[in-house]
Design a protein. Sequence first.
Length: 218
Amino acid sequence: MDTSGLKQRGNAQATDQDIGLGSNVPYEKSHGQTASSRRNDEAGDYLTWWKIVGRITLGLLGLSVCLSYLITETAFWGHQSKLTNWRNYIPRKQQVFTQAELARYDGSDSELPLLLAIEGDVYDVTSGWGFYGPGSTYHIFVGRDASRAFGTNCLSREDHLTHDTRGLTEGELAGIKGWHNLFDNHQRYVKVGKVILDPIDPGSPIPPPCDGAQPKPR
């Protein structure tokens, strides 16, 4: 019997199986698994690269904070704003106060925080107790919205310790905006809500100008 032909056919069949033609798994499927595995490897390499970058970035940030404390005694090289105020990152529900409710937060109860309002926005200024606590110069601002006095700097007249801003000059209104911006972007103070202000009777007298405004009550 001539076995040479059988050997040739056997060799050819073995070759076909080596490339996937004679196997149960089609060549295309086997090739697709190889491509998928290659993509997974690339994705893994990409993720590893980002982990390395992240660790380097965190290390540099930590080093920067340490050096900043050593040189400026602040975490961000002396920069202070609402972005560096850790209190702004504590989840808190914004509260709505009536004027009577807000008046309770004037420092008369040491268990309650110091709150003041400007243009309807309420801020916790407890960390500035030396400025706004009982007996301090600016204590008259807490427990109320005294927007007018922020613009006129008239702290010696009760009729200016109000949210009524009728009749103010453009400069005085700009002064109120400036103070509002200061509280909104302060390093230590934080906004905690709003106050519902009583409507101003348009027929009521406008507080007269405060000539010779006093920076503190008489």
